[in-house]
Design a protein around this ligand. Sequence first.
Ligand code: ATP
Ligand code: MG
Length: 547
Amino acid sequence: MATNFIQNFIDEDLRNGKYPDGVHTRFPPEPNGYLHIGHAKSICLNFGLAQANGGLCNLRFDDTNPTKEDVEYVDSIQEDIRWLGFDWDDRMYYASDYFQKLFDYAVELIKRELAYVDDSTPDQIRQMRGTLTEPGIESPFRNRSVDENLDLFNRMKAGEFKDGARVLRAKIDMASPNINMRDPVIYRIAHVAHHRTGDQWCIYPMYDFAHPLSDAIEHISHSVCTLEFEAHRPFYDWLLDALDFDPNDRPRQIEFARLDLTNTITSKRKLRQLVEEGYVRGWDDPRMPTLSGLRRRGFTPTAIKNFCEEIGVAKANSLVDIAMLEHAVRDDLNRNADRIMAVLNPLKVVLTNVEGVEQLTADNHPERDDTRLIPFAREIYIERDDFMEDAPKKFFRLKPGGEVRLKHAYIIKCDEVIKDADGNVVELHCTIDPDSKSGGATADRKVKGTIHWVAAEFAIRAEVRLYDYLIKDAAADDFIASLNPDSLIVIENAMVEPSVKGAAPLTRYQFLRTGYFAVDYDSTDDKPVFNRIVGLKDTWSKVQSKN
Ligand code: ATP
Ligand code: MG
């Protein structure tokens, strides 16, 4: 991992002999949605820091809000982290593992007169909180006795009160300039079953109470989180002081800038809305910025990790151009994806001087020696766009009377254009130069263009799904209104060379001249389905030179 300011803090701590047990980080998702590309950044950082420092990284589910959480998310989160290539070994924890401990800590705060039960309504609590410019007002319940607080808190736990009837608050300072210190709520009543603890609890700790204590319980050395938690840090410190956690053995919180990408939503709430309201086909729709969506689309873990490394860690929020992520994907696929031929929008070509079938040799990758055989025959398909009847001078593909080279095969000449009654071109009649293939007498003859093709008889009919950005402006107030109506274009009858037969989902190819494609889960033997991962053209260098 490249050096960054977080690593510098760690170096400093290690130099000063802090954390004798070594670096111990954690990735703490709330299981209320699928992980997205922003989480990948946090995963790479937390697991990466542990790896780079010979330490450990826990996976901990911050599952304190049962109304929004579900085991479906718990499962998908594990799958996504593993897919990225990280491993928490046997250190998978849940904040809910600590519910009893957290309750005991809350009781301890009450005993120390540092917490109280408040009967105010949520609205009243909000009103009494004050504003950035005005101090808050102390609750009339603030000075309850320890005994009364203990009694009420236990009865909250026993289920005597309805949701919202009472809360437990830390007793700090209603005049603090930091609103997070104005007696924050630390426990609330919610008669909701929890996906792990069932009906055992009807009071649940607030995130700000559970999170720092969970970190401390796990002896996390460096608690890395996004910038918005900077203002919460004083409360976390107060809490650990109040409960006598050893100042020399407690997490050091380090904040970094969250990842925001152009044309990309990184809010679980919004992503969930897209799924629930049917704007996409599910959490793993290949247009989604979720890790499961990117995986299905054909993005590779290597590309995502390289991207996270490339953008580095910053101390100030900024917007990263999505072209940079696409660049990382292209870079990886360029190196690793096999090249094949597929015609997305087929135009039939009859090669009038060809009889029978010939197997031609084609290289699988420009930097490797392995090859495959591709059938060549009298009828082939070429891309409709590669022929033009009234072609401008600079058009170097096929035109009436013109020549073009078929990749891995012969030079052909267009002799005749066949049209239907409406004047649409339906077929071309061409002849090959039989000596122009590799090794032939005229193999080196130069023609300006080379196009891809597939043999009609052997081609596999496939569905190809082309994607554009799901959202035009991710910062738009109404993100639903900013959805791109053309984010998915389905091509029903693309023609792909037969070598793809039986390819497993997520097999990735470069379709020559067209882009990178991955086999979709919907694929069947009869009808393969391909997702376009990215086009061939890299726009990242353009973006860079503009800046
Ligand atoms: P949301 O607000 O969309 O629900 P979240 O940040 O609350 O997302 P968590 O499950 O709490 O989601 O996130 C787990 C970890 O991932 C946290 O440590 C969080 O800071 C980090 N994280 C979430 N989004 C991003 C992002 N866009 N960039 C970097 N880290 C992120
Ligand atoms: Mg969160």
